[in-house]
Each structure stands twice: as C-alpha cells, then as structure tokens.
Design a binder for this molecule. Structure first.
Ligand SMILES: [Fe+2]
Length: 364
C-alpha cells in the first residue's frame, strides 16, 4: 500500500468495518457530529439578496409536503415549513443552512454507455470488486442496495487511506475501476481553473483549501446500486445532511431513474421547500449537500433496470472530516458553484484516452 502524497492523513491503525447507515444512524450521525451539522446552523448568513441568481419563482408549483418531523429517522427540519416544488430548476444559488450552489449537467450518451459498461454487470462480480450491502430503508426489506468505495487519485497511489463516506472511519480505498478513475481525472484536468478559483476562495490554511489545491476534488468515489422495491413514501426517504467531504460533490446517474429531494430556502422567504429533481441516466448535479437536507426516492427496478449512481466527493482523511473547522470555506465554494460557468464534462474520447493511459501506466 502506498503512502499518499497529501497532508494531514493519519496512518491507518486498523481498518474498521463500515457501519450500515439507516435512518436511525442518519439521526445518530447528525447528533454525533454536531461540529459538522450545527456549524451550518451557526453559520446562517443573511439572505445575500444581492448575490441571488437562481430561484425560478415563476415556475413554482407548490403543494403541501407530507413530510413531518414526527416521522422516524427524519433529519431535523430547522425551518418548520415544508412545501414540495416539483417543477423548479435546481440550478443556481439557493440557501439552506448556508449558501447552496447547484449546477445541472448531462453526460453524452456515448460516455454514459462507456462508464456504465465499465462496471461489472453481475452482483457476484461486483461483490468481488468490494461492493457491500447497505440498508438505508429498514422498513423496505425488498429494496436492495450495494455500495463500494474507491479513490480516483492518479495512478501509482495504490490503495489510499481516507474517510469512509458513511461512517467517517479511516478505511483503505482501492483505486477506482479504470474508466471511472479516468472520468474523475479528466474532470479535475478540464476544470482545473475553476477548481483553483474555488481553492483560492477558501480561507488560507483551511482544510477545504488544502483539499482543493492538492487535487482531491472528485477524489472520493462511492458507487451506489439500487434495485428491488421502490422507495417512494415520505416516511421511507432517508433524509440526511452529508459530511464535509460533500462541500464539493458531483452525482452522476449512470442507469435507471431516481428522484432527488432537497430542502432549500428561497432567499426571500423564511420557510423552506422540498424541491424534487428527477435524475435519469446521464444526469449530473454538482453542489454542496453538506449544507442542506436531502433524500432520494427510487423507482422499483429489476436487476436489469437497476439504478446506478456515482458520488464523487472530496477525498478527506478521518482527521479532516472530524475537524470542526473542516467546513470553513464552504460558503465561498457554494457561491462560486451557484454563479460560475458550468463545469466542463469530458467527452468519450477524453475519457477513453485517459483510461488507456492509466492501463499502460499500471502495466509498466
Ligand atoms: Fe447525501
């Protein structure tokens, strides 16, 4: 196992098994990591009306949400008001516990096929790659969920010790499957300018500035596969707020359809609304889900119709993730995401060439 080149990583004493994440542990996560979640609350900022760009009030179709604080497992609703908005665009700058920047992008169909086909197609083969069963919906035993965790740093790193996205514990992450690693590397390469601007916007000495400046954006990859029974009822949606490694986050839908629900606040109003955005194969969103409550609905799906998504986060160590100051700079990152030019997505040729290079480097 190689040592990693970036700083602030404690040597792994032992790899601890991941703990399954379910609604109770979601709540537990919020209680046990107040430095992560409550820091947002303490950082609530004025509405920033002068910087507001993205809310599409004219397109809103508001209905009462069935969400309630009485439902088990729900993350606390700090806004005491919920509506569901199923028609508004999520792009632009919004607010929750602080600024929320969102961009919606789309993969080319040929790149989508290339990435999806880069994953094993059977459950047995996926388990050999390190996929493990997870439970976010304990009331729905017919809903199946596999997840695996990788890093996408340049070749030569071998396994890297970093925080597990669900437990926060240090684990050894293997290099991502080559096509996915090539995709992430091209993302970093083609967006180097904006990533440098994000780093520069963070306070000097901050954890986020270091992670961005050291090329760790999109360096933490979780691949999620859902199939079986649907998750559609409000009480089954696993609401949560991500940890600090999602201060910059990209989600890529590779197969199937799911619906992202986000509890966001119109800067001109005090109450929050639940915004729903359908995510189909090829859909991509970039943002900072460490700043807002969110959950996902899944259609029922056979294995052939399984729902596959990539979660690309900042590669952080456990020490960094548990640092109460780790989110310093996220507001600046969010504002830039919400107002900057769209991130560039690589083409199939870009990723194909990068993948070939990775293969030749690993074999030499
Ligand atoms: Fe999340």
């Amino acid at each position: 196992m190689s040592s990693i080149s970036w700083t602030n990583i404690e040597p792994l004493q032992r790899s601890r098994p991941s703990r399954p994440l379910n609604p109770s542990s979601l709540t537990h996560r919020m209680r046990s990591a107040p430095q992560t979640c409550l820091q947002h609350a303490s950082n609530l900022v004025p509405c920033g009306l002068s910087t507001f760009l993205g809310w599409r009030a004219s397109k809103r179709r508001v209905a009462r949400s069935v969400l309630s604080l009485d439902l088990p497992g729900l993350a606390p609703n700090w806004f005491n008001d919920d509506h569901t908005d199923t028609s508004a665009s999520s792009g632009g700058l919004h607010y929750a516990h602080g600024p929320v920047g969102l961009q919606n992008l789309h993969l080319s169909p040929d790149l989508l096929d290339f990435l999806f086909e880069g994953l094993a197609s059977s459950e047995a083969d996926l388990r050999c790659l390190g996929f493990e069963s997870c439970v976010d919906h304990p009331n729905l035993p017919g809903h199946r969920y596999l997840e695996a965790y990788f890093h996408t740093l340049p070749s030569g790193h071998g396994p890297v010790i970093a925080a597990h996205p669900r437990s926060g514990d240090s684990v050894a992450k293997a290099p991502a499957p080559v096509r996915l690693a090539a995709f992430a590397q091209q993302l970093r390469c083609q967006n180097a300018k904006v990533l440098g601007e994000l780093a520069a916007a963070c306070p000097p000495g901050s954890r986020l500035r270091a992670a961005l400046a050291e090329g760790r954006a999109f360096g933490d990859l979780a691949v999620q596969i859902h199939w079986g029974d649907a998750v559609v009822d409000a009480e089954d949606v696993a609401w949560h707020v991500d940890a600090a490694n999602s201060a910059l986050h990209m989600a890529v839908s590779l197969h199937g359809r799911r619906t992202l629900q986000m509890r966001l606040r119109d800067p001109f109003e005090l109450g929050s609304k639940v915004m729903e955005v359908s995510q189909r194969a090829g859909d991509v969103y970039i943002g900072n889900p460490a700043a807002y409550e969110h959950g996902l609905q899944y259609d029922s799906a056979s294995w052939e119709d399984r729902i596959v998504a990539l979660q690309l986060r900042l590669l952080l160590s456990e020490e960094e993730l548990r640092d109460p100051q780790c989110l310093d700079g996220m507001e600046e990152v969010a504002r830039k995401i919400g107002t900057a030019q769209p991130f560039k997505l690589p083409t199939l040729e870009d990723v194909r060439m990068a993948a070939s290079l990775l293969v030749s480097e690993s074999s030499s």
